[in-house]
Design a protein around this ligand. Structure first.
Ligand code: AMP
Length: 212
């Protein structure tokens, strides 16, 4: 079973993907995370991707495809794709890849959020280096610099989570990712959910759709 999570950067795809993973045991495949791991490991691919990612632009399709192909191997019960596909070409690549493995896309969930809310969320987003928890400073009273989940003190902001890169990522999203929504929106397995609600409410809608 393959579930695609669509939505602008900051819409909550990563958070929802983690919850889906925990509940259904699917593999969470975030192409952004895979790319960040390449950057951290200092691989050739990572070196090429680093500056592109910092600017908020998309890295070339063929670079992401290689990472995705590897990640899709051994996905067991299923996979949640978070941040892929992001272009019309990637949509085609994914369809070919999936049909070649005999798998199928069971749900495409588009998390919708207003532009203003997206930029506000992105600039306040932080991640814990120790446990990977992603959280938003707006929702934490008296933030003490520590991860609210594990207490880790190494809390950081992604280099592309500043206002300039966030706006660029949104522009890219509208220009290049709109055709992805077009490709799926008339399918019976496509669903839009309102992302401007508490995490649990959004998750409830997603679960209902996955289990339909
Ligand atoms: P994300 O973590 O999904 O917000 O992705 C962070 C950055 O990684 C994006 O702004 C792109 O530079 C790059 N990226 C992630 N997924 C893709 C993709 N499917 N195609 C091209 N670039 C991607």
């Amino acid at each position: 079973m393959i579930v695609l999570l669509l939505g602008a950067p900051g819409a909550g795809k990563g958070t929802q993907a983690d919850l889906i993973k925990k509940k259904y045991g699917f593999k969470h495949i975030s192409t952004g995370d895979l790319l960040r791991a390449e950057v951290a490991a200092g691989t050739e691919l990572g070196k090429r991707a680093d500056a592109i990612m910092k600017s908020g632009a998309l890295v070339p399709d063929e670079m992401v495809l290689e990472l995705l192909q590897n990640a899709l191997k051994n996905s067991g019960k299923g996979a949640i794709l978070d941040g892929y596909p992001r272009t019309a070409a990637q949509t085609e690549m994914l369809k070919n890849l999936i049909s070649a493995t005999g798998e199928k896309i069971s749900a495409v969930i588009n998390i919708k959020l207003s532009e203003k809310e997206i930029v506000d969320r992105i600039v306040m987003r932080r991640q814990c280096k120790k446990c990977g928890n992603i959280f938003n400073l707006r929702f934490i009273k008296n933030f003490d610099g520590k991860c609210p989940k594990c207490g880790g003190a190494d809390v950081y902001q992604r280099p592309d989570d500043n206002e300039t890169a966030a706006k660029k990522r949104l522009e890219v999203y509208h220009a290049q990712t709109a055709p992805v929504v077009e490709a799926f929106k008339n399918e019976p397995f496509y669903k839009e959910v309102d992302g401007n609600r508490p995490v649990e409410k959004v998750f409830e809608d997603i679960c209902k759709f996955i289990e339909r």
